[in-house]
Structures are given as C-alpha cells and as structure tokens.
Design a protein around this ligand. Sequence first.
Ligand SMILES: [Zn+2]
Length: 276
Amino acid sequence: MPNQTPAAFQTNAKNGVVWETCRLLADTRLTHGFSTRRGGVSRGAQASLNLDHKQDTNENVRQNHLRLAAALGYDAHRLVSTHQVHKDEVRVARPEDEGLVLAGPTPYECDALITNVPGRPLICYSADCIPILLWAEDVAAVAAVHAGWRGTAADIAAKCVQKLAAVYRADPRHIKAAIGPGIGACCFSTHSDVPEALWAAFGSSVSPCIAPDPAEDGKFRVDLKLVNSLRLQAADVPAANIAISPECTCCLPDKYWSHRYTQGKRGGQAAVIMLK
Ligand SMILES: [Zn+2]
C-alpha cells in the first residue's frame, strides 16, 4: 500500500510562508512544495497566500507568487502555470510559457504540465481538488497535475505518466509521486454522478474508493486521493513510490482553501516542482 503515514509529508516555513513537502521528492536535484494559505499579502476570503487570479487582483497574486518563489527557491519569472479546465490535457512546457502567470491568467488551457528543463518551475492549483507532483528520476523530468473528480475520471494522472514516457522515455517504474493536500473521503460527499463517472472509466477497480455516505441517504463518499494512487499504479508507478498527504483541505480551513468549506468564496493554493 502507498505510504499514508504523516511522516511522508512535512511542514516547512520561511519568511511567514508555510508549505508542505513530500519525503519521496526530498532530493538535492529537485525543488518542490505544496503551498498553504499562510505567508501572502491578500485579504479577506483570499487571505493570504492566494495564487488564484479568479477572485483577487493580479497584483496581489503576483506578490504572492514572488513570496512563494522566494521561500521555496525558484525564479517566479520562469514559472510555467496551468490554466485549469477539469480536462485531461497534458502540456509540454514551452520557453514562451515562462512567467505568463505573473501578469494574469495563463492563455492556454491545460490541467497538467511536464518538463525536463532545469530551472523551469511548474505550478498547478487546487482548493479541494487533488494536486499531484511527479518526478521521473531516470530521465530527470517532472510534472504537476491538477486532478479534480472530472480530471480524475478522465484519467489525467495516468495520462501524465504516459506522456512522460512518450516524450522523455521515462520508465514509470522509476517515477515518484506525491499526492498532496486535497479533499478527503471524510468530506467529499457526492451525488451518484461522481461514482458513476469513476465506475464508467475504471470499473470495479475503484470500488474500494467509494462508499455510501453514512450521513445522507443516496449520497456517496469518494476518496479521490486513493483513486489517483490506483490510476498511477495502473500506469506502472510502484505503490512504494507513491505518497499520499493525510491532510484534508475541507477539515483544515485555516491552513488550506476548500471550495466546499468556503462555498466558493476563496483563494487557491498551489503545487510547484522544479528540476535544479
Ligand atoms: Zn475532511
């Protein structure tokens, strides 16, 4: 089974910025982190390290990006960002993509990014959805993946592994994966549309991730982190190479933004990875 002990993830702080790191990606050849709400300049429902342009000023988001970059140690002007639409597009990051997010929303659409270029950080966003960082150690390539339930059902995690293999000849058996803070089965109560989409895509293999909601007849509890772990394993990433953050964004509203907890009035945290 994937490592789900709290020790798989660790909390870090610098200059007021607080972020999580994963033991599997703790390596001198990488910089990575999962941001929290703490350490930024935004106010109100976006307080404070908001990285989502949708409900904040571009200047606040720009300042927050610069703060996170300074804390983690990457150049925000080289940052390549997703522009997420809950689909399965995996984009190979291009030189002209760098730094666009500092000026406003990124013009192209994609929910995952890959690169093998050192010094080019990749970022994706979440506020309940599941952020996943991948490191193809054998070919020195990385990926950032946004997997909400629609992207999960579209199999974006496995498709990203396949793209790393197709573009960079990565061997999935050497890929390491950090599944970051996101909504847990404790809080992800859904109608039948979510389990039906997952069963339609993956059959009974995902049944261990779906249970009746004990609090509400006809609803379900879905463990999206576990679904993504199973899909990574279906793409030949070994279970021992997958770590799952135990933290639920909806259970920890002071630490993370949760779309569900805030009923949509929120900011967004991010997952970042870069080859040094
Ligand atoms: Zn929860």
